[in-house]
Design a protein around this ligand. Structure first.
Ligand SMILES: [Zn+2]
Ligand SMILES: [Zn+2]
Length: 407
């Protein structure tokens, strides 16, 4: 019998730390940071994780901070497993931020089991707003537990192909329910978003800026394709260019003929120099373009506005709407309006809507469902009325806005 202990992440969104243990083996699924940690920098009190090595392995479903963030602090004798592209992306991000990165012991590959003690862990590649995300199946002593991590059905990876590869029965399903607190939430697909963006970009005369996460690889693809289809070249700040390059050759990066890298500070010139296609403001000002930006780039945008007209220009807001309420975002958006940009929202969720959650449940037929990564666990009782729902009400929600968990 495997014991499941959710240290954190049940009745809240993010900060997942899930322990799976048999009598002889103890592993963790995800080791996420929650926002309180970011502020206090205090490690949770879990014996044998930071000061000593009493766990046999840690499996990371994907690279979002609320699933991976504590991996930087764990004892070095505990092996960490994660996707190879995930690792390359994290490494590129850490390199840009000049911070120490993590060293995985091994990589997750779709449908290739990893054995740790008497537990067999099988990863299943799924779609999410983080590239290279996995569901994790744990099997021991004739029992099976499937952990969904974060997933969605509205991305570019086929959801039906994933469902076909999953087992037809599991004893327990640890299922994310991020969107269950949003009434009648039906997710637009990434392809539909591309169509919308293409139409909008074609109608726009001025420059187009897209405010989006550099880690959201699917969204980079969507915005790049819309740029291409509307005859615009694509600018990536070097942080995004490095991440896109790390994600793989097919992801839009400055080796593409219509993608250019740029920097917002001369201190990043060493990162830029490796790219053949790089752009300064003088060049940018003469182009018809889509430029990906972050809300920390206000000074750069103001300086660019002094070299070209922002008239009839757009700022595409491509994040979860909740971030609009943060002070830094409010300020950025109002300053962009002052520069003459019209603000338009184009976004779709990185998380499964109810239909996708139901499809998953119907596919793996769990005996017991354990809600995770949700603020509305009760909703599962309606979605899966014939299944036992286990929710012990621990970890009441303490989510505050300001992180990037909803992308
Ligand atoms: Zn998450
Ligand atoms: Zn996530």
């Amino acid at each position: 019998m495997m014991n499941i202990h959710i240290h954190r992440g049940q009745n809240q969104i993010g900060g997942n730390i899930i322990e799976i243990a048999t009598e002889s083996t103890k592993i963790l699924l995800d080791i996420g940071l929650d926002l309180d940690d970011e502020k206090n920098k205090e490690l949770p009190n879990i014996d044998g994780l930071f000061d000593s090595a009493k766990y046999d392995a840690i499996f990371i479903s994907h690279y979002h901070g609320d699933h991976l963030g504590l991996a930087y602090y764990t004892h070095k004798d505990i092996p960490i497993y994660m996707g190879e592209s995930s690792y390359n992306i994290i490494k590129a991000s850490d390199h840009y931020k000049k911070q120490k990165t993590i060293t995985p012991h091994g990589f997750l590959k779709h449908n290739i089991p990893i054995v740790v003690g008497d537990i067999t862990i099988t990863p299943y590649l799924c779609d999410h707003s983080a590239f290279d995300s996995y569901m994790l199946l744990c099997e021991a002593e004739d029992e099976s537990i499937l952990y969904t991590g974060d997933f969605r059905s509205n991305g570019r990876k086929s959801f039906s192909r994933l469902l076909k590869s999953l087992p037809k029965y599991v004893d327990k399903l640890l299922c994310e329910g991020t969107t269950l607190s949003r009434l009648n939430h039906k997710a637009v697909t990434e392809t539909e978003l591309e169509e919308e963006a293409t139409t909008l970009f074609r109608e726009t005369k001025g420059p187009i800026f897209v405010l989006q996460s550099s880690m959201n690889i699917d969204r980079i693809v969507t915005m790049y394709r819309a740029a291409k289809r509307s005859g615009r070249i694509f600018f990536e700040e070097v942080y995004m260019a490095d991440i896109a390059t790390a994600a793989g050759k097919s992801i839009p990066n400055p080796t593409f003929s219509d993608v250019y890298a740029f920097i917002i500070s001369p201190s990043k010139f060493s990162l830029l120099s490796k790219y053949k296609r790089k752009a300064g403001k003088g060049f940018i000002a003469k182009q018809s373009f889509v430029m990906c930006v972050r809300n920390s780039m206000l000074r750069y945008l103001k300086s660019l506005a002094s070299k070209m007209s922002f008239e009839n220009g757009l700022l595409v807001y491509s994040f979860w709407s909740g971030y609009r309420e943060t002070e830094s975002m409010k300020e950025f958006l109002s300053e962009c309006e002052k520069l003459g940009l019209k603000i338009v929202t184009l976004h779709t969720s990185g998380h499964a809507d109810e239909t996708a959650i139901k499809q998953l449940i119907d596919t793996v037929n769990p005996k017991v469902l354990i809600p995770i990564h949700t603020e509305n666990a009760e909703r599962f009782k309606e979605i899966a009325s014939d299944i036992i729902i286990e929710n012990n009400k621990q970890n009441p929600s303490n989510l505050r806005f300001g992180g990037f968990y909803f992308v």
